[in-house]
Design a protein around this ligand. Structure first.
Ligand SMILES: *Cc1c(COP(=O)(O)O)cnc(C)c1O
Length: 399
């Protein structure tokens, strides 16, 4: 079948929950993807920040292949070696004490919310605890995660949400304080908002939220699902500011392509929240996905992946800033490390479609923001190539 025929078949059988770009992807190599017609694309989206190591990393693939031949799944009624190794490495690298592996980011959020509510329940026996989340946040599509997602249009058709969620503004401490009551059990935020338009939390704001949490014994939950795993030049974005959460979620690049997420917590929370029977998952943390997590963390170290982010991100920023100076339609560049957004004066879908025709994969974050999430192994030459294509798209758009 050619690509158009595949797309027609797809639209007959897949539930239409996405307005997909009109390509069928077939294979990948490094920072490049190929469609079923053999056309090559430079990828600056990495599957929404998933393929941090780039495509077809041989060491990663061979580790997974070996595990397939050994054991794929056990259930959590038993222990398995890859989960033990992955948990040791992930807790050590993140500075957190205990981990629960999930199958997705949304499930990691669900677990984090449950842990926070149970912690508060054990403290005072109440069942009316409140959680403060941020406007423009995104935490996933399941009911709990949706309930704390700060974009009303995602929530509205599915109301009622879980109760006792309040929203505040990122980087506005007064708006956070205004939502605190004696029932507040947790404050949840993304250190860099992703879907909401690439909006970094300010260092001072993070520190003040942390201080407020400590003062009132409120748990700080940081959602590192998109901004974590090296993307900001630190393995986890909070490490940049030393603002350690009580509970942290991670996913996307954690498995670099296999479906795995996790929520982690400090011993303080672990010792007084979820216990046997409170939470579970059939697949979560199975030997297959944990082999991926372990290998990803090893390869991050061996290949100095986080160092590469620190090395190339300032170059990406300067190229994007130059683009902004040159084109009036770009209002702002914002972001941290290899998580960057270009804010335009109108919808960006047309630019992204044009880029795709020129062999560059980009995605948006909200209507007006082009979001750049390249593989973390990206080089300066790749950045030059991206800028050339993007610039030619902006020029042809101005004609
Ligand atoms: C993608 C994302 C999620 C949801 O993860 P899924 O794996 O799609 O369920 C949650 N939080 C943030 C910050 C994300 O970027």
């Amino acid at each position: 079948m050619n690509m158009q025929e595949y797309i027609q078949e797809a639209e007959k059988v897949l539930l239409h929950t996405y307005n997909r770009y009109q390509i069928v992807l077939d294979r990948g190599e490094g920072v490049y993807l190929y469609d079923t017609d053999g056309i090559k694309y430079l990828d600056f989206a990495s599957g929404i920040g998933v393929f941090a190591l780039g495509y077809n990393n041989k060491e990663y693939s061979s580790a997974l292949k070996a595990q397939i031949d050994r054991l794929l799944h056990t259930s959590n009624y038993y222990y398995n070696v890859p989960a033990i190794s992955a948990a040791k490495k992930l807790t050590a690298a993140s500075g957190m004490d205990r981990v629960f592996f999930t199958n997705s980011g949304a499930e990691a959020i669900e677990g984090a919310l449950k842990a926070a509510r149970k912690y508060a329940y054990l403290k005072d026996g109440g069942t009316d605890h409140e959680i403060i989340a941020m406007n423009h946040s995104f935490h996933g599509r399941t009911f709990g995660a949706l309930s704390v997602t700060g974009t009303p249009k995602y929530r509205e058709p599915f109301e009622p949400m879980i109760g006792n969620i309040r929203f505040a503004d990122l980087n506005d401490m007064d708006s956070v304080r205004a939502q605190v009551t004696d029932k507040t059990c947790a404050i949840l935020l993304e250190p860099v908002q992703g879907e909401g338009g690439i909006i970094p939390a300010e260092e001072n704001f993070l520190k003040e939220v942390k201080a407020l949490c400590e003062e009132k014994d409120i748990l700080l939950i940081l959602d590192e699902i998109q901004c974590g795993m090296g993307r900001t030049g630190y393995l986890y974005a909070w490490q940049r500011y030393g603002v350690k959460p009580d509970i942290m979620t991670t996913a996307k690049a954690l498995g670099c392509g296999v479906p795995v997420g996790a929520f982690l917590m400090t011993e303080k929370v672990a010792g007084s929240s979820l216990s046997a029977g409170d939470h579970g998952t059939t697949y979560g943390g199975n030997p297959f996905v944990c082999t991926a997590v372990e290998k990803v963390l090893d390869l991050f170290e061996e290949n100095h992946v986080v160092e590469n982010v620190r090395e190339v991100a300032p170059y990406l920023e300067s190229c994007l800033d130059a683009l902004k100076e040159k084109y009036g339609c770009i209002l702002e560049r914002r972001g941290v490390g290899l998580m960057q957004g270009l804010v335009f004066d109108g919808p960006v879908r047309e630019i992204i479609d044009r880029a795709l025709e020129e062999g560059l994969i980009l995605i948006n974050a909200g209507e007006n923001v082009i979001r750049l999430l390249p593989p973390l192994t990206v080089s300066r030459a790749n950045i030059d190539e991206m800028i050339d294509i993007l610039e030619s798209c902006l020029e042809s758009g101005e004609e």
